[in-house]
Design a protein around this ligand. Structure first.
Ligand SMILES: [Cu+2]
Length: 451
């Protein structure tokens, strides 16, 4: 392995891409075992046991694919197959993915590695896997029909290339792409720098933005949906099913966010400002970074940002498109703020007896309402915090920064205990005379018993 690494260093990246023939004799060992994951628990980072040292990533509600070394080559085995994914406790989705889950397992390797990825197709139709953002030979790029023939059901293809640069990349299906992406065939691909000190952080989180259109009460995504998705997910999970980002105070933290949905997502993190340090094109030089509190992740793009976790607390992190922090919803519910729901409801019920007036005082009631839902459906606005209902869904989680956590603790540390005098409180003194609103049409109707 040492010989091969130094050979690559001497030849440089351009020459490496042409050196495939050197590796062909290593194929004698057969195909590596395909690891399988049967649940959506966030797995502890997979610490490297040999070779270059690096801080492994934590995929929220996900895992990293183990590899084996074969004569200096890192070998992985992905199996494209139908999977059952728990999107949140109480909701299962029937998706297509890799090795038992959607998204597929995260692939982690090191700059300079030679890798060999076996892809076995257990789907009912052909597929191909594209390595999004990775510099590689054209025939390894994974576009069905362009780079190589489609991988037919039951067949296994081998992708093999050198990782010539570090960064955050993705992989996804590039055969019958619209259907297979809508079904969840995607994953993240992290290449760590060969210099263990370069861009090193203490905690490194991974989020794949994906979206599904699954009708309430059903299990299968509607694959012909173009833009009107109803489940906005991180790693095929929706809040309250998304684990928190747990960080020990003063740790240097990185969050890598890839977007394989059909729209952009402005990811906003409370309590901090941060710097974008990496795109899927590469690392951003220090002098070119600027401070942000929201980072827009373009379609088909990745942004990684970093911060020093100096502010203790529970900090919301979410997509700032507010309909992306809601679960499957009735998009056709009319705005009823200001309507006298009682008399209006009685009139509508004469023609539609099942009608229930919603939202005359806003929609916040939906967060705590005990409403009968179809099976396999998560409420539109849900989740509980230490002070009441969170009224969130979809792309939402919490960054939890605590003093003195063990370096390998990623589980919920309990809600933040705010120091005395640092929580917003109710005013119980006199109130000034209210100024009359100039637009009474937007005010909620007076409730019985109110002045
Ligand atoms: Cu969004």
């Amino acid at each position: 392995m040492t010989d091969n690494l130094s050979r690559r260093q001497i030849l440089g990246a351009g020459a490496v891409l042409a050196s495939t023939a050197v590796w062909t004799p290593t194929m004698a060992r057969g195909i590596p075992e395909a690891a399988l994951m049967d649940n959506a628990t966030t797995q502890k980072p997979l610490v490297p046991t040999s070779g270059v040292d690096y801080q492994p990533v934590v995929t929220l509600n996900g895992w990293t694919l183990p590899h084996r070394m074969n004569n200096g080559v890192k070998e992985f085995h992905l199996v494209a197959e139908p999977v059952e994914r728990e999107m949140s406790p109480g909701m299962m989705a029937r998706l297509w993915g890799f090795n038992g889950q959607s998204p597929g397992p995260t692939i982690e390797a090191v700059e300079g590695d030679r890798i060999r990825i076996f892809v076995t197709n257990r789907l009912p139709e052909h597929t191909a896997v594209h390595w999004h953002g990775i510099i590689l030979p054209s025939g390894m790029d994974g576009v069905s029909g362009l780079s190589h023939p489609p991988i037919k059901p039951g067949k296994t293809f081998v992708y093999e290339f050198d990782l010539v640069k570090s960064g955050t990349f993705m992989y996804h299906s590039h055969g019958d792409e619209m259907v297979q992406m809508a079904m969840g065939m995607m994953g993240m691909f992290v290449v760590h720098p060969k210099d263990p000190a370069f861009m090193r952080v203490d905690r490194d989180f991974l989020i794949m933005l994906n979206a599904f259109d699954i009708d309430p009460g059903s299990y299968m995504p509607k694959v012909m949906t173009m833009t009107d998705f109803n489940l906005w997910a991180w790693n095929s999970r929706i809040f309250p099913g998304i684990d928190p980002l747990v960080i020990s105070k003063n740790d240097r933290a990185r969050v890598r966010v890839g977007n394989l949905t059909m729209t952009n997502h402005p990811i906003h993190m409370h309590g901090y400002d941060f710097e974008v340090t990496c795109t899927d094109g590469g690392w951003v030089p220090k002098e070119a970074r600027w401070p942000e509190v929201t980072v827009d992740i373009p379609v088909g793009g990745m942004r990684a940002y970093e911060f020093d976790a100096v502010h203790e607390g529970d900090w919301a992190i979410h997509c700032h498109k507010s309909h992306h922090t809601m679960n499957a919803m009735g998009h056709d519910v009319p705005t009823q703020i200001g309507i006298n729901a009682k008399s209006h409801g009685q009139k509508v019920r004469r023609v539609r007896p099942e009608f229930m007036p919603m939202g005359a005082d806003g929609m916040a009631d939906m967060g705590s309402m005990e409403m009968p839902l179809p099976d396999n459906t998560i409420p539109m606005m849900t989740g509980w915090g230490p002070f009441g209902p969170l009224e969130m869904g979809g792309m939402f989680s919490v960054v939890m920064v605590r003093e003195g956590l063990a370096s390998d603790q990623y589980t919920h540390p309990g809600w933040y205990k705010n120091p005395e005098g640092t929580v917003a409180y109710e005013w119980n003194g006199d109130l000034p005379k209210a100024t009359k609103s100039s637009s009474p049409e937007t005010m909620a109707p007076k409730k019985q018993g109110q002045g």
